[in-house]
Design a protein around this ligand. Structure first.
Ligand SMILES: NC(=O)c1ccc[n+]([C@@H]2O[C@H](COP(=O)([O-])OP(=O)(O)OC[C@H]3O[C@@H](n4cnc5c(N)ncnc54)[C@H](OP(=O)(O)O)[C@@H]3O)[C@@H](O)[C@H]2O)c1
Length: 308
């Protein structure tokens, strides 16, 4: 099987580079090889590679900047996935595309299921919802994976920013009125590979997800606030001297984009369909920090290894 992977330099894409080769030949194309703002370029590259499966891990992910650059974000997050899916369909290939908890407005009181109505409250969310619709409308065999609050061991993300700031600041102000599921990019990539292994089949001339296509939620279990997430990072990383984490309301911050107050994802249908579930967010964070500190194991890491 030939797998075309976009976004190999990103948090999820770089982990997919490790997880997907077990399933087939991975042809990773970065921005220099295929710029997602160039529709004709996309068509040309996809046709020349002729994949059986496209995994689109590329995206415009700067939530605040998207407020100023919605048109560019739309081209990358909506137009490009639509073209990738059309081209995949033309070749009889299937597509996996990533989306986000930010398609929801955050006013729910229990975790969002894939059946809940999206209602994005910022530009990024609008472009991601448009991307979901474009992929679905293509008629391609598609699986859309919504995930949330992704962090990884590379790039800039919430984990890296706390690890960077905590040792040099006496006080960190973190919002305590946004709730969601922090999710390690490695767990998403590995689960994606499992989904492909379990569901992707060749039917005649074309690949499909054996009637399991559609939208699925994939996030670590449990729910916390940004404040709770920051506090746990500092505890597990054993940062000393420990800074004080001060809870602040979103309105006290300077973020350009509004964010959902509650965007936890219910992953029950993913488990029912594929028997796949991600670990609790605290266990995943502990494992991620162990990898981060492989050369300098901290207590949490040593305990975990002793218990395994
Ligand atoms: N991060 C989150 O919290 C989160 C939450 C839910 C869902 N998601 C979704 O998950 C997917 C992956 O997210 P991530 O956090 O792994 O993203 P990321 O780390 O920000 O990486 C984005 C990737 O997209 C590539 N890219 C951006 N613009 C491009 C363009 N014009 N042409 C080609 N490639 C381009 C980047 O390449 P460069 O390295 O060249 O910039 C990079 O490889 C996205 O669809 C995102 O919406 C993310």
């Amino acid at each position: 099987m030939r797998i075309l992977l976009t976004g190999p330099t990103g948090q999820i894409g770089s982990e997919l580079l490790q997880a997907l080769p077990a399933l087939g030949e991975v042809i990773a194309v970065d921005r220099a090889q295929m710029d997602l703002t160039d529709p004709e370029g996309i068509r040309k590259i996809v046709r020349s590679i002729g994949p059986d499966l496209v995994v689109n891990a590329a995206g415009y992910t700067d939530v605040d900047r998207a407020e100023r650059e919605e048109e560019l974000a739309h081209r990358i997050n909506a137009t490009a996935p639509g073209i990738l899916a059309q081209e995949a369909r033309r070749l009889g290939a299937a597509i996996i595309h990533y989306s986000t908890d930010y398609v929801f407005n955050g006013r729910a009181t229990s975790s969002y299921t894939p059946k809940d109505e999206p209602d994005p409250i910022n530009a990024y969310g609008r472009t991601k919802l448009a991307g979901e619709k474009a992929v679905s409308a293509s008629g391609c065999a598609s699986l859309i994976i919504r995930t949330s609050w992704v962090y990884g061991l590379r790039g800039s993300n919430f984990l890296s920013s706390i690890l960077e700031q905590a040792p040099i600041k006496r006080e960190l102000r973190v919002v305590d009125d946004q709730f969601g599921c922090p999710t390690w990019s490695r767990t998403v990539a590995r689960a994606t590979a499992q989904v492909i292994a379990r569901a992707l089949v060749r039917q005649g001339q074309a690949w499909s997800f054996s009637n399991a296509g559609g939208i699925y939620h994939l996030a670590c279990q449990g729910v916390t606030s940004r404040f709770g997430f920051a506090q746990r990072i500092i505890d597990l990383a054993e940062i000393s001297p420990e800074p004080t984490v001060v809870p602040v309301p979103t309105k006290a911050g300077t973020a350009e984009a509004d964010r959902p107050r509650f965007s936890a994802l219910c992953c029950d249908s993913t488990f029912r369909q594929f028997e796949i579930e991600l670990p609790h967010w605290e266990a995943a964070l502990e494992a991620a920090l162990c990898c981060e500190n492989r050369n300098k194991p901290h207590t949490a890491c040593t305990k975990r290894e002793a218990g395994s």
